[in-house]
Design a protein around this ligand. Structure first.
Ligand code: BGC
Length: 413
């Protein structure tokens, strides 16, 4: 008899990495010397990160959840502004703090994926022009050199820069994140400098370590045209895909040992009536399933993106994927639906080696503050008490069994 998909158990490859992802500014708190902190303090950003999840102090509690979910990997970031609070002056206590965190993960046999830049910068760096400065790659490399000398042997995967495209868009085009510029020429320059920084750090890591795994985390989207018959809309899709999903890879050719991809949603592009401007479909009017952030949930999109990027013939890690949802049942469904698509892509021959759910904890969601809930673990932002959500328990089972069972598959059909 014909077996339906829902009758099967979806087994993932041996040694598949199951993890979660976080970033320092979003969970640690007290990021005093960073550009974000300064903008928050000067009320140029509406919400303040304050103690965030207080993870700088409570990281041991966070690690308990990683173990409770049977995860064998964790993606976290190191905070440049804490390591190098003043130009050229490194804070050994901060370094020691991260050494302790990473050593604890190592002792627990958790593979470590370390992000070196996740949106925030030291204040002094911004004063020097930030990523606009031609010297930015040199400054970044100097900081990474210090990191490698201290923790090089503890890290399994290096993510040089998280989502360069999103950083450029939010900080230099939309002008929402520090330094709140709206200037496409500057945006272009920042993008180029970030690619230079990635290349420099890639080379340095390969010089200093034996066989390091180095990549970056790229924000990728699934693009579709509003009308299949309109050539111009197909052209928009092609250009958006080339520019948003591929351009940073083009600028850093042959300087990645794996691809890190962050996938959240799909975008449909339509031609503006009366002009040649592409517009993004207004999904709110069309009763599609949206996350609490208003993003269009489209699990099949991750399959499309994976198939497309498999041309690089490199191992792929899903470095982020998650949903802002106060209703945790939606997160459970989201997880199973996306993992099912990832499993399909593996069946189709794509070399996906791991999945890092965004995020371990409810945390500081940048310009949205603490309202948006992405965590598998709930955090009370007054007491900092943490509690594993049902989605976290479910993820723990998937991770433990390295598979998705029939009951979970049926829950989404
Ligand atoms: C970022 C995270 C962010 C998440 C949800 C990603 O773009 O890397 O820092 O919290 O999306 O918005």
């Amino acid at each position: 008899m014909f077996r339906k998909e829902s009758d099967k158990i979806l087994k993932f490859p041996k040694d598949f990495l199951w993890g979660t992802a976080t970033s320092a500014h979003q969970i640690e708190g007290d990021n005093f010397n960073s550009d974000w902190w300064m903008f928050e303090k000067n009320k140029r950003i509406k919400h303040a990160s304050l103690k965030s999840c207080n993870s700088y102090k409570l990281w041991r509690d966070d690690h308990k959840f990683i173990s409770e979910m049977n995860n064998n990997a964790y993606r976290l970031s190191i905070e440049w502004a804490k390591i190098e609070p003043q130009e050229g002056k490194f804070d050994y206590d901060a370094m020691q703090h991260y050494i302790e965190i990473l050593s604890d993960l190592k002792a627990k046999k958790i593979k470590i994926m370390l992000t070196l830049h996740h949106f925030t910068n030291p204040n002094w760096f911004l004063d020097k022009g930030g990523w606009l400065s031609f010297k930015s790659a040199k400054y970044f490399k100097r900081y990474v050199k210090y990191i490698v000398e201290h923790i090089g042997s503890l890290v399994d995967f290096w993510i040089t820069i998280n989502e360069p495209g999103v950083y450029v868009d939010m900080s230099y085009i939309k002008g929402i994140w520090p330094p709140q510029e709206k200037n496409s020429k500057k945006a272009f320059l920042v993008y180029i400098n970030m690619a230079r920084a990635h290349r420099a750090v890639y080379n340095m890591l390969h010089k200093k370590l034996s066989d390091p795994q180095v990549g970056f985390a790229m924000n990728v989207m699934s693009f579709a045209s509003y009308h299949k018959h309109r050539l111009i809309e197909l052209l928009y899709v092609h250009l958006a895909d080339r520019f948003i999903n591929h351009s940073f890879y083009d600028l850093t050719k042959k300087k990645h040992d794996f691809l890190g991809i962050n996938y959240y949603f799909r975008v449909r592009l339509r031609k503006d009536e009366g002009s040649f401007k592409p517009v993004v479909e207004k999904v709110r009017d069309q009763e599609r399933e949206l996350s609490d952030m208003g993003w269009v949930i489209y699990p099949h999109g991750i399959f499309d993106v994976l198939m497309d990027l498999s041309d690089f013939k490199l191992p792929i890690y899903i470095t982020e994927n998650g949903i802002a949802a106060k209703d945790d049942e939606r997160r459970q469904r989201f997880l199973v639906e996306h993992l099912k698509e990832i499993h399909h892509s593996i069946q189709a021959g794509v070399d996906v080696r791991g999945y890092f759910h965004w995020s371990l904890l409810d945390n500081f969601e940048w310009a949205h503050g603490f309202e948006q809930k992405f965590g598998l673990v709930e955090v009370n932002f007054k007491t900092f008490e943490r509690k594993l959500k049902t989605s976290g328990k479910m993820y723990g089972e998937i991770s433990r069994t390295n598979s998705i069972d029939e009951r979970k598959l049926k829950s989404i059909t």
